[in-house]
Design a protein around this ligand. Structure first.
Ligand SMILES: O=C(O)CCC(=O)C(=O)O
Ligand SMILES: [Fe+2]
Length: 324
């Protein structure tokens, strides 16, 4: 019995069971239901609780992990622990092509194109069976994955924090998905750089952080001082060499450090989520009062299927790409 008079002993006792009609105590308990109503009153919260988080926890002990190379497993463990992992050197030949990628990003930017067929093609080998990226994706998102495409992100050194909407602290507002950064040039103190609050990826965020924290409606960004006071020692800047980069769960709090920069950041960004996430993500559904209120403040940023990059395959742990 807790201080609110709620008794969870039945849930404790019966939450894991293979006996018929047992093991689902968590979804049937009245007190648990009440807590869920209070803290998870929007579809996006129920979605993360019911779809994303069970995947995040359930996939951890899966057997295919054990057949992966030790080096890949270490990266997966780090990603699960921190919500991000830095990569020194992407494999599958991408490092040899970074100079061409650099030029392509620059030229694409001049034509106002954030992705080109070249970009789509050049990152494809990263997804080969047995590759480092493929291990990381499966190790984190499970066996069935949707690739939402690739984008270039060319960030100039002179942009003020107020003009780049990804600069202040935020999470992306759509539960668990991974973004993969591939650097086409060295990212050091002279370059705008992503900052990540490690360990925040498993947080069930309040609705205000999804849609309207801050001074303007729809400005779902958090106060810098509060975030630094809370997570300071776990905040890390994603410095990395050309040909390297990082992977992160966009449910982590993250920001971009734009202070006193002199060079552009040149990066490609790939975007992934579990197939289950993509299939059941609540889009344009606002059944509760809270949902209707939150819905005024703009859509969340979870991509629709194949929204970007145009050529995202679905892939499975055992069977290569399903379509291309
Ligand atoms: O540009 C950055 O470093 C931040 C990017 C970001 O917020 C995102 O990709 O979700
Ligand atoms: Fe973001």
């Amino acid at each position: 019995m807790n201080t609110l008079g709620m008794d969870f002993t039945e849930v404790q006792r019966n939450r894991h069971s293979f006996a018929p009609g047992r093991g689902n105590a968590l979804s049937k308990d009245r007190d648990v239901e009440m807590v869920r109503k209070v803290f998870m009153d929007t579809v996006i919260h129920r979605f993360t609780w019911e779809v994303d988080f069970p995947l995040l926890y359930g996939w951890q002990m899966a057997e295919p992990m054990f057949s992966m190379p030790e080096e890949h497993r270490k990266l997966i463990m780090a990603l699960r622990r921190d919500g991000f992992v830095q990569i020194e050197h992407w494999d599958q030949g991408i490092a040899e092509q970074v100079d061409d990628i650099y030029v392509e990003i620059m030229e694409g930017h001049l034509r106002k194109q954030t992705y080109t067929q070249y970009m789509v093609d050049v990152v494809k080998p990263l997804l080969r069976e047995g590759s480092m990226l493929r291990s990381i994706l499966h190790g984190y998102l499970g066996p069935n994955i949707q690739y939402n495409g690739v984008n270039s992100l060319r960030l100039p050194p002179w942009v003020p924090k107020s003009r780049y909407q990804n600069a202040p602290w935020h999470h992306d507002g759509c539960g668990t998905r991974l973004k993969v950064f591939i650097y086409a040039d060295n990212v050091d103190e002279t370059v705008p750089v992503t900052e990540i609050a490690g360990g925040t990826h498993r947080t069930q965020w309040f609705p205000t952080t999804h849609y309207f924290a801050g001074t303007t409606d729809g400005y779902n960004k958090l106060n810098d001082t509060t975030v630094r006071d809370t997570y300071g020692k776990n905040i890390k800047k994603m410095y990395g060499p050309k040909g390297g980069g990082f992977v992160f769960d966009t449910n982590c709090l993250h920001a971009a450090d734009l202070y006193k920069k002199t060079r552009f950041r040149e990066a490609l960004v790939m975007d992934f989520a579990s197939q289950e996430h993509m299939d059941s993500f609540p889009r344009n559904m606002f059944p509760s009062v809270s949902d209707r209120i939150w819905s005024f403040f703009g859509p969340n940023v979870c991509p629709q299927k194949l929204r970007r990059g145009g050529s995202g395959p679905t892939f499975h742990l055992d069977g290569g790409m399903v379509h291309d």
